[in-house]
Design a protein around this ligand. Structure first.
Ligand code: NAP
Length: 260
């Protein structure tokens, strides 16, 4: 018996097999969920469809989350093809590369709006359009990072976007709670993905993470996926509005040094 038997899951944000979204999609499938994928159109045929096929998934839809019509179209198609939705995973973010280096004070108005739109507002848009399909007991999970809580060098506008995203999680949890829908975030430690490579200094930060994190190891997509499976399952039925850290304990450190 799988933990997620009988549940339907839709996962946004697979770019390739290193994506956190892919780690989660694969784990949801392994635990018994039926999984559909959505990603930006340019990645669909070459990258996403072969991954979907490997977990027996035929629902693969394009979506640029900045476009309300595109978001609506994915859920219309979901309703027509699959029906109810039990697990919605939002694992995507974007900021201009220029805004992930240099001084935060230099962030442009357009760059700020873009980062907040793609990385935070999109969760609201997905939750709203998913609503007619979400069944009681459903779970929405998004991905955030410690740069929402504390200043992390180079994370800049993305830290502000993640702070907004975490606030969205709490407001959505209150809105959707009476319908039996839970909304939570996973705050993952650094994982080597395409998006992470766009952050200046990521390699150095990734390299030193395992020397200071209390559990003395780097974070993998499987680590993040394990917590996503738990949040998606009925085991987490009274957990909502939370930010769960999957970071080997890094966030509890006052001054991160190998001595702790
Ligand atoms: P990833 O594999 O590069 O995935 C990010 C995805 O977001 C990509 O598929 C990307 O597509 C998509 N995306 C960007 N703009 C979009 C848009 N307008 N519409 C639809 N999709 C869009 O990187 P990842 O690290 O797994 O990121 C997943 C989530 O985890 C993000 O929210 C990230 O902030 C979060 N996170 C990552 C880490 C880490 O260290 N990697 C740590 C904590 C949290 P394109 O490739 O076309 O841009």
């Amino acid at each position: 018996m799988g933990l997620l038997d009988g549940k339907n899951a839709l996962v946004f944000g697979v770019a390739n097999d290193h994506s956190i979204a892919w780690g989660i999609a694969r784990a949801l499938h392994e635990h018994g969920a039926r999984v559909g994928l959505s990603s930006v159109e340019s990645l669909l045929e070459k990258r996403v469809r072969p991954l979907a096929a490997s977990i027996g998934s035929t629902f693969v839809e394009p979506c640029d989350v900045r476009d309300d019509d595109a978001v609506r179209a994915v859920f219309d198609r979901w309703g027509a093809e699959v029906g109810g939705l039990d697990i919605l995973v939002h694992a995507l973010a974007f900021a201009n590369r220029d805004d992930l280096d240099g001084a935060f004070v230099e962030t442009s108005r357009a760059g700020f709006a873009l980062a907040l739109d793609v990385s935070a507002y999109s969760l609201v848009a997905l939750a709203r359009e998913a609503r007619p399909h979400l069944r009681p007991g459903a779970s929405i999970v998004t991905l955030t990072y410690y740069g929402a809580e504390k200043v992390v060098a180079h994370y800049n506008v993305m830290g502000v976007a993640k702070a907004a995203l975490e606030a969205c999680v709490r407001y959505l949890a209150v809105d959707l709670g009476p319908a039996g829908v839970r909304v939570n975030a996973i705050s993952a430690g650094p994982v080597r993905t395409l998006a992470a490579q766009g952050i200046a200094g990521f390699r150095t930060m990734y390299g030193s993470f395992r020397d200071v994190a209390p559990l003395r190891s780097n974070i993998t997509i499987e680590d993040v996926a394990g917590t996503a499976v738990w949040l998606a399952s009925d085991l987490a039925r009274q957990v909502t509005g939370e930010v769960v850290h999957v970071d080997g304990g890094f966030n509890v450190l006052g001054v991160p040094t190998p001595e702790g």
